[in-house]
Design a protein around this ligand. Sequence first.
Ligand SMILES: NC(=O)c1ccc[n+]([C@@H]2O[C@H](COP(=O)([O-])OP(=O)(O)OC[C@H]3O[C@@H](n4cnc5c(N)ncnc54)[C@H](OP(=O)(O)O)[C@@H]3O)[C@@H](O)[C@H]2O)c1
Length: 259
Amino acid sequence: MPHENQANSKRRIAIVTGGSRGLGRNTVVSLAGRGVDVILTYHSNKAEAESAVAEIEALGAAAVAIQLDTGNTASFDAFVADVRQALTGLGRTDFDYLVNNAGTSHHASIAETTEEDFDGLVNVHLKGVFFLTQKLLPVMADGGRIINLSSGLARFSIPGSSAYAAMKGAIEVFTRYLAKELGPRRITANTVAPGAIMTDFSGGVVRDNPVVNKMVSDMTALGRPGVADDIGPMIASLLSDDNRWVNGQRIEVSGGALL
Ligand SMILES: NC(=O)c1ccc[n+]([C@@H]2O[C@H](COP(=O)([O-])OP(=O)(O)OC[C@H]3O[C@@H](n4cnc5c(N)ncnc54)[C@H](OP(=O)(O)O)[C@@H]3O)[C@@H](O)[C@H]2O)c1
């Protein structure tokens, strides 16, 4: 029986927000290694986006980088127009996979979290993901896949992460609703929840601060913090047909944090 969304041999196309650095970068390179073409977005660092495109092209896949602030819903119609144009260049009118990955960190106690910071987190981590997905759904092929990035912090509680973690918890609920509502289009939706990973996230604190690095190692069954290579290939695998029946799930990818 042919796979439901891969009954023909056309090349797949993924849109990955924040694909220029960190986990998104590792994801787009992993996808390229599997023969998937990529539209990646960046926010402020165009040079990193261009170097990601070059890395993907060296692997024999096609890549287009588009600037996007996922916290600015007013820019989404123009972004979708850019996506349609990029798809034309890639010889398609639709795309297959959406990875809502872009995000920024926030650390403050509940007492010290400002309304401004909270609104900024809502815009990037919740409202932006909700409405970007809404706007892109008409361009997504039936049988496509959506992955939203959450965090281990939505399951366990580490003081100073309440606002950020609350956004990620909301994304996990939203993802289940996506899976339910998009079932008739054979589109799957899942959440990937990384543990602490050594990227530039949070100012690179997990990577660069020995105290934090040891704390994460001590709370992880596999005895170290994650690296981007622990996440990107997993996301690429989850998008592949091997995982076509995984739907509406939260999958934690943390090396066994706080079990
Ligand atoms: N690293 C961790 O420990 C960890 C753990 C759990 C979950 N996560 C989640 O994983 C995702 C990726 O994290 P990461 O570690 O890869 O972060 P990162 O290394 O800091 O990279 C962030 C990426 O998102 C983009 N970005 C930031 N703000 C944006 C905005 N307002 N609009 C559009 N793009 C924006 C950045 O683009 P520019 O460089 O152009 O600004 C960059 O490509 C996030 O959703 C994060 O919450 C991370």
